[in-house]
Design a binder for this molecule. Structure first.
Ligand SMILES: [Zn+2]
Length: 395
């Protein structure tokens, strides 16, 4: 006689004891078991110590362990309704069995699960290999992302008006994918999930920058273990602001340049686009300092002050590699009013060339915050402006 599937779950939710015993009616359990294994009869084992992390039901059948993570029964708010998913992912990846499957199941719910944001999260899950056991009637199929550009566009489309929701970003540089995410709050889950999805569809490396607000916070261990299972993900830490308690001697271990500069630029400008030629090919676009790191380093400012200037989003522009080199070598300069100028001693032909690859004679106003104008002033102090001609003059 064949053995029946063994269905196991903890009946307690974090804040409501007995919650899962209530929502997992015999009909719901039968449906979950049938959709996962094809069997309608099963054995049940419940637990009640501690609580159900990851809203999980596990089913053991024919040597396969199914991790089924359940939707919420009430959808309210952007992040809260998918917050348990990463715990389920972490428990799933921490399990060393080879025959295992991660599934998602919609229990009856109220509210709207199919906002742009939820669809984004569901498609990321699908990309990672999560199997959706059922779909609510108001939802069309959930497709995996097939390339990074799709994930980047979807991430952009879900950027919220609420800035606190915008704390994870995905971009590319060279042959690598870069993910920036805060180490706390809901965004740490979102960025972890983006990293897993990216690592599932690209062959190259995925750099994952943990952006810590204060001091040296890092991702929870369970998430780091999960990311570690993907050999093409490299973890980096990035400190956004220096902890009040970091002394000058300790600060030697914190580099002036770190991933939080790019994180801050992505937060201020969004997707990479060269401000001089509007090129949007992320792979060749860099964050370019206005007040140079080398000049900041030479000042007598404290390490903390230097760190602030080096990593400030106001001290930066998106530039393609051509324009970055032209800017760094002061062949093109930026005036406080946003005008772009070319050095005249490079020869007429070269001036014409620079003009031809620089269709924007002026950077957009959104670049010119008060702080940015101050940085332009600091940079241009060492420049003789009379050696330059406005790019506009060539038109
Ligand atoms: Zn450019």
């Amino acid at each position: 006689m064949k053995t029946k599937p063994l269905v196991r779950y903890n009946i307690n939710a974090q804040k409501r004891s007995g919650y899962f015993a209530q929502i997992l009616t015999s009909d719901v359990l039968e449906d979950i078991c049938f959709k996962a294994t094809g069997c309608r009869e099963f054995k049940i084992e419940t637990m009640s110590e501690s609580y159900n992390k990851g809203r999980l039901v596990t089913i053991e059948y024919n040597d396969v362990l199914y991790y089924v993570t359940l939707s919420e029964d009430k959808v309210d708010g952007r992040n809260s309704s998918v917050q348990s998913v990463p715990s389920a992912l972490n428990l799933f990846y921490a399990d060393d069995r080879t025959k295992k499957k991660l599934c998602y199941y919609f229990i009856p719910y109220t509210g709207n699960y199919f906002t742009e944001y939820h669809k984004f999260i569901f498609r990321l899950l699908k990309t990672v290999g999560v199997q959706f056991l059922n779909l609510p009637s108001d939802c069309s199929a959930i497709y995996p992302y097939s390339n990074i550009n799709e994930i980047m566009s979807a991430r952009e489309a879900t950027q919220s008006q609420n800035k606190s929701n915008n704390s994870s970003y995905i971009t590319k540089f060279g042959s690598r994918i870069q993910i920036f995410g805060k180490t706390f709050g809901a965004s740490k889950y979102e960025s972890t999930l983006m990293a897993l999805a990216a690592a599932s569809i690209v062959k190259g490396k995925v750099d994952f920058f943990n952006v810590a607000e204060n001091g040296l916070e890092i991702l929870p261990e369970s998430s780091r273990i999960t990311l570690g299972k993907f050999k093409n993900i490299e973890l980096h830490s990035a400190t956004q602001t220096l902890d009040k308690n970091v002394s000058e001697s300790q600060s030697e271990t914190v580099p002036l340049r770190n991933g939080s500069y790019l994180y801050n630029l992505l937060g201020k400008f969004g997707r990479k686009k060269c401000c001089m030629c509007s090129c949007g090919i992320s792979e060749i676009i860099q964050g370019a300092h206005i007040w140079e790191v080398s000049s900041i380093s030479k000042t007598t400012l404290s390490f903390k002050e230097k760190f602030k200037h080096v990593n400030s989003e106001d001290n930066g522009l998106w530039l393609c590699q051509n324009h970055h080199k032209l800017f760094d070598s002061n062949i093109i300069i930026l005036l406080k009013n946003g005008q772009l100028c070319v050095r005249q001693d490079i020869g007429h032909e070269n001036e014409l060339f620079v003009q031809s690859i620089t269709p924007n004679t002026q950077v957009e106003d959104r670049y010119l915050t008060k702080a940015t104008v101050e940085y332009i002033g600091k940079r241009n102090m060492q420049i003789s402006l009379d050696e330059y001609r406005s790019i506009e003059d060539y038109l």
